[in-house]
Design a protein around this ligand. Structure first.
Ligand code: ADP
Ligand code: MG
Length: 360
């Protein structure tokens, strides 16, 4: 029997702390792929190729043509809170990158076996390294953990194998690899619509035909046509480019494509919301825009909406945990009103001609 009364307080070890943090950041393969593709975009990539085995639980591999990683940075690469993107707290107010916390690769290395192959433009060869629980490890017993020279293209290939191999409870929670694969496709699809400058490929390992394939230097509408179908792409209304006064006054710009008031597609609906290029949720923006459509759409139908909102970074709180996708910003009420007004203008513009043709 334990003696009654309080037990002594002890500090958790660094490894336990990091493992808990990793489990909070990487719930499932789709979280890991979002972090990895954001790193590739931060590295200036114009081509991102993703290969997946067993819904990402066996293998997630992402190959980019970005600026690569300096060999001298490889020992720190998977260390928690090690980043090339932020050095002081006030940098958050002018953040231009997705990443800043230096937690993603660390987390992935605490829940999978990570291999990195990277080459910068200035380096004569590439470097291959393996990681476990934040640190470099040998690829085979008996070898040193040092990165090894290897043939490589400019850019970075990161492979995460056996996701959650050390977390039986989490691993058992995934019943269907195909459901996990669909979540991965969903994340990549949305980033491909928002980042059409980059070519995107995603496929299952061992299959010839990719499930996602978009060309470089494309457009959002062309990618929507490839990924969601031409019917939807052709009927989407472009939001007026000129920012409405309230939005401008709030230091924000809004762009996007929305389904029209008679959309067939509207039955299924869909939402792609990017704030400062991050894929986020705002139940308040959704609700406000959805309710604008209820006047037009049949009961139970919902619109398809792609919105890209750029707000002065000093007015959005980006310093939220990576998985907390619901965001808030200053002057939220005014901003939402202004967004609804922009969408309404787009819908009205389309409706004028429609009702005109109906009446004559
Ligand atoms: P963060 O993105 O918050 O900085 P990460 O753990 O995601 O933290 O990445 C750590 C660092 O590794 C990044 O700051 C970046 O310097 C480097 N890095 C990660 N992925 C890539 C990549 N695909 N290409 C080039 N550098 C990368
Ligand atoms: Mg990152």
């Amino acid at each position: 029997h334990e003696p009654k009364g309080p037990r002594p307080i002890k500090k958790l070890s660094k490894d336990v702390i990091n493992q808990i943090a990793a489990a909070e950041i990487i719930h499932r393969p789709a979280n890991a792929i979002k972090e990895l593709l954001e790193n590739s975009l931060d590295a200036g990539s114009t081509s991102i190729k993703i290969t997946v085995k067993e819904g990402g639980l066996k293998l997630l591999q992402i190959a980019d043509n970005g600026h690569g990683i300096n060999k001298s940075d490889l020992p720190l690469l998977c260390t928690r809170y090690a980043t090339s993107k932020l050095s002081k707290f006030s940098d958050l107010e002018r953040l231009q990158t997705y990443g800043f916390r230096g937690e993603a690769l660390a987390s992935v290395s605490y829940c999978s076996h990570v291999e990195v192959v990277t080459k910068t433009r200035d380096d004569g060869c590439g470097w291959k390294a393996h990681y476990q629980d934040g640190v470099l490890v040998p690829s085979k017993p008996g070898l040193t953990p040092d990165p090894r020279p290897t043939a490589a293209n400019d850019g970075t290939v990161i492979s995460a194998e056996d996701l959650f191999y050390n977390n039986a409870l989490r691993k058992r929670a995934f019943k269907s690899p195909s459901e996990e694969y669909n979540r991965i496709l969903d994340v990549i699809t949305k980033y491909a619509v928002h980042n059409p400058h980059c070519a995107w490929v995603c496929k299952k390992a061992g299959t010839a035909l990719p499930d996602i394939s978009t060309p470089a230097a494309s457009t959002s509408r062309a990618n929507i046509s490839l990924l969601y179908g031409a019917t939807l792409a052709n009927e989407l209304l472009e939001l007026p480019k000129t920012t409405l006064d309230p939005i401008e006054r709030l230091g924000a710009r809004c762009e996007g494509l929305v389904s029209n008031a008679n959309s067939n597609w509207a039955r299924k609906g869909g939402w792609l919301l990017f704030i400062n290029h991050r894929l986020v949720d705002s139940s308040r923006i959704k609700k406000a825009v959805d309710s604008l459509y209820t006047a037009f759409l049949p009961k139970g139908a919902s619109p398809w909406v792609y919105l890209s909102l750029e707000i002065d970074p000093s007015k959005v709180d980006v310093n939220v945990s990576p998985t907390k996708s619901e965001v808030h910003f200053l002057n939220e009420d005014e901003m939402i009103e202004a967004i609804v007004a922009v969408v309404q203008t787009a819908l009205a513009g389309a409706n004028v001609s429609r009702s005109f043709t109906v009446q004559t």
